[in-house]
Design a protein around this ligand. Structure first.
Ligand code: NAD
Length: 366
């Protein structure tokens, strides 16, 4: 007879050990010899609804790296979607390999895998995915969002993300300076890509003194010229005195190396996973008196956009209204953080978990 061991005896490094530790419902491994597709779909939690989160394609150095990434990212989506007030759970997919491998057959095969989950997982764009890839996926499944407007989708989510980051930044300014006005504030924006460029427009319009940086020199010069912002070298951004540091490029920029260099009162940006070590660096920011606006809370505009596309009845105005609420949610999170003397990131996760738990009492997972 098959012996079922109690979960405590599961090895932490095993697949089950890892998904138990991260509290996942499901990890799906997809393999297709014909197209060379190797993908992982992580479904973290579906209490609130189908698990929505983008697909990332990356040449991971090992299978373990891909597993770690999909588990971490899908868990983050659960909290992001819950806090954004969406009736959606958290999931994410990663495709292992060089993005050059992508073609119609490859993406449609991935679409079949998404379809095979019967709507438990809904995909969208993430790193190295384009709207054209979403169109191929949509040929095989309706569980995809982020399609171009001409195909009945909601189009580029970045303007909404930029607006949400702006709202979160204003809330953090209110907490730090007593006023949410950004007029005259010195703000360093790292990354002038899709999110950064929309954010900068709001900041300049409000009269902030904006400093911008990017490793893509040509784009940096272009944005600085178009907006009147001051361009600086990517290496100096951490050392410049400023009121607000806004990371909108890559993750983990708040780490052992940068934290003592930062001379700001607020950190508020759109990049995912800004704290290298959530617990350690979150606590250090409190000690340094820096107000930190949790990344997954203030960059939720994009998922609000694609979520509404998927759930139906998409309306751009309502999407912006829903995204504006990020301001109020931030204020609630800052109040909890102060009252309980816990990092804002922790306060945000606890608030998201509380919503899921209360709904979970009256509803089974999707
Ligand atoms: P993007 O690729 O359009 O822009 C990123 C920019 O950062 C690029 O211009 C790149 O050259 C620059 N960059 C990279 N490394 C840098 C460095 N070391 N220093 C300075 N600049 C650097 O990406 P995006 O869509 O604007 O997304 C930015 C961040 O926001 C990412 O972390 C992304 O995961 C997150 N995010 C984006 C959305 C969205 O709607 N686009 C939604 C949620 C979260």
């Amino acid at each position: 007879m098959l012996e079922i061991k109690p979960t405590e005896t599961v090895n932490e490094g095993s697949i089950f050990g890892q998904i138990i530790k991260m509290d996942h419902e499901q990890l799906v491994i997809c393999n297709d010899q014909a197209t060379g597709l190797k993908a992982l779909i992580g479904i973290h939690n579906t209490v609130l609804g189908p698990a929505l989160g983008g697909t990332r394609m990356w040449p991971y150095a090992s299978e373990q790296e891909a597993i770690t990434d999909v588990l971490r990212l899908s868990r983050g989506m659960t909290f992001k979607n819950a806090l954004a007030g969406l009736n959606l759970g958290g999931g994410k997919a990663v495709i292992i390999g060089d993005p050059k491998l992508k073609n119609e057959a490859f993406m449609r095969r991935f679409g079949r895998f998404v379809e095979s989950l019967g709507g438990r997982y809904v995909t969208a764009e993430d790193v190295n995915m384009k709207t054209s890839d979403m169109e191929y996926i949509a040929m095989e499944t309706r569980h995809v969002a982020g399609l171009p407007e001409i195909k009945g989708g909601s189009g580029d989510p970045s303007p909404v993300t930029g607006f949400g980051v702006y709202m979160g930044m204003k809330a953090a300014a209110k907490k730090a300076f007593g006023s949410d006005s950004l007029s005259g504030k010195k703000i360093g924006v790292q990354g002038v890509g899709q999110v950064g460029k929309y954010l900068i427009e709001y900041l300049i319009k409000e009269g902030a003194e904006v400093i911008v940086t990017d490793i893509f020199e040509e784009k940096l010069r272009e944005v600085a010229k178009a907006t009147g912002a001051q361009a600086v070298d990517p290496n100096v951004i951490y050392d410049l005195p400023m009121d607000i540091y806004s990371p909108n490029a890559l993750g983990a920029t708040i780490n052992d190396e940068t934290i003592d260099r930062l001379k700001c009162a607020v950190i508020a940006g759109g990049a995912n996973n800004q704290l290298k070590d959530e617990d350690k660096h979150g606590k250090l920011l409190i000690q340094k008196g820096i107000v930190y606006a949790p990344d997954f809370l203030i960059n939720a505009g994009g998922v609000i956009n694609v979520g509404m596309e998927y759930l139906g009845g998409y309306n751009r105005e309502i999407v912006f209204q829903q995204t504006e609420k990020i301001y109020e949610t931030c204020m609630t999170i800052f109040a909890k953080s102060e009252k309980e003397n816990i990092p804002a990131q922790q306060a945000a996760i606890e608030t998201a978990k509380a919503r899921i738990e209360s709904i979970g009492r009256v509803k089974l997972p999707f």
